[in-house]
Write a protein that binds this ligand. Structure first.
Ligand SMILES: [Zn+2]
Length: 116
């Protein structure tokens, strides 16, 4: 049991290290690089980097839903372990996903209208 907790800590440290490397290297979005269209999560790493440096307005400009998006992913990953498969957690994830998808569609439609 104790060894599995150690593995979990190492696993989380590895994930944080990968995220830090992606932020520092300013890794471009593969979705946008291939399709030339931003993905729903575009700007999230830049927004988190701005948040870490306490530049809140800049963070909102990169992606206003970066924090809810990261929270939804984190909650989704830990849903079965920490949150004991709660229905409330499912509702939170669905609501955040719908808001992000709605914002994404609005952003794409404005981009399309502006391009015409
Ligand atoms: Zn993207």
């Amino acid at each position: 049991m104790r060894e599995s907790k150690t593995h979990i800590i190492y696993y989380h440290l590895l994930i944080f290290a990968v995220i830090a490397i992606l932020i520092i290297a300013k890794f471009p979005c593969p979705f946008k690089a291939i399709l030339n269209v931003p993905c729903p999560a575009c700007g999230t790493l830049h927004a988190l980097n701005s948040l870490i440096n306490l530049r809140f307005y800049e963070s909102l400009k990169y992606n206003p839903f970066s924090v809810p998006l990261v929270a939804a992913v984190w909650i989704g990953i830990h849903k079965n372990s920490i949150f004991k498969k709660s229905v409330f957690v499912d509702v939170i994830i669905i609501v955040i996903s719908l808001v992000v998808i709605y914002y994404y569609i609005m952003k794409l439609s404005n981009r399309t209208i502006a391009a015409i």
